[in-house]
Design a binder for this molecule. Structure first.
Ligand SMILES: N[C@@H](CCC(=O)N[C@@H](CS)C(=O)NCC(=O)O)C(=O)O
Length: 219
């Protein structure tokens, strides 16, 4: 059976969501991020990204890691792209052209959106008193996101999905990364087609199932 190492409150969410889309059974080993623990190196600490048993699988000490038979795979988007292609249904590529486009959007999400979106996720606290330094960092991150979000908006103004005329792994990968920035309403409101597409992705039963699993985990 497919094994996912990593709690759902991590980038493992991407693989969990895809497994629900595909109806794939999986076992999840809830490896937690070391930074979320008071003392990750204590002998009684739960299995975490510093644990020797986990580092044997992931020398980088990062979740998720996925095992499918003899294949041991790091990098969440390599995992989703692999599973979607292997499954062979509508969520994956039908040919090399679609595969290239799915990789294009996924890599664009990771390279041009994820770093600034993560900054927003961690530092944007609307309605709360915040250090001016954090506010400036968030403002800069939101400004840098305007360019890639314009690219997305242009595409999604004339297409329902990123690749083909159906929901695919490219939408899933992009949606999970853009989720980090969705709490920044002044930013997202500038991109109504993107906002509507993201709402549609998150309304999918498989996303809701992943989200419920995530919420069931301790914060
Ligand atoms: N590019 C990697 C990033 C993996 C990553 O940074 N994972 C975080 C959690 S989402 C992590 O494990 N951090 C470990 C730690 O800080 O201890 C991927 O997409 O899989």
């Amino acid at each position: 059976m497919l094994v996912i190492h990593g709690v759902t409150r991590s980038r493992a969410s991407r693989i969990v969501w895809l497994c629900y889309e595909l109806g794939l059974e999986f076992e999840q080993i809830p490896v937690i991020q070391a930074y979320r623990l008071p003392n990750a190196d204590a002998p009684d600490a739960p299995l975490n990204t510093h644990s020797p048993a986990f580092l044997a699988l992931s020398p980088a000490g990062a979740v998720p890691v996925m095992q499918d038979g003899d294949l041991l795979l790091n990098e969440s988007l390599a995992c989703t792209l692999y599973l979607a292609q292997k499954a062979g249904g509508p969520i994956g590529p039908t040919d090399a052209t679609e595969q290239a486009l799915m990789m294009q959007w996924s890599f664009y999400a990771v390279a041009s959106i994820e770093p600034d979106a993560l900054t927003i996720l961690f530092l944007h606290k609307p309605g709360q008193q915040q250090p001016g330094e954090d506010v400036a960092i968030v403002t800069n991150a939101a400004e840098r996101l305007i360019r890639p979000l314009r690219v997305l908006e242009t595409h999604l103004s004339t297409h329902a999905y990123l690749v083909g005329d159906r929901f695919t792994v490219a939408d899933l990968n992009m949606a999970e990364i853009l989720r980090y920035a969705q709490g920044h309403h002044e930013l997202m409101d500038q991109f109504p087609a993107t906002r509507a597409w993201l709402d549609g992705c998150q309304a999918r039963p498989a996303f809701r199932e992943m989200w419920a699993r995530r919420l069931a985990e301790p914060e």
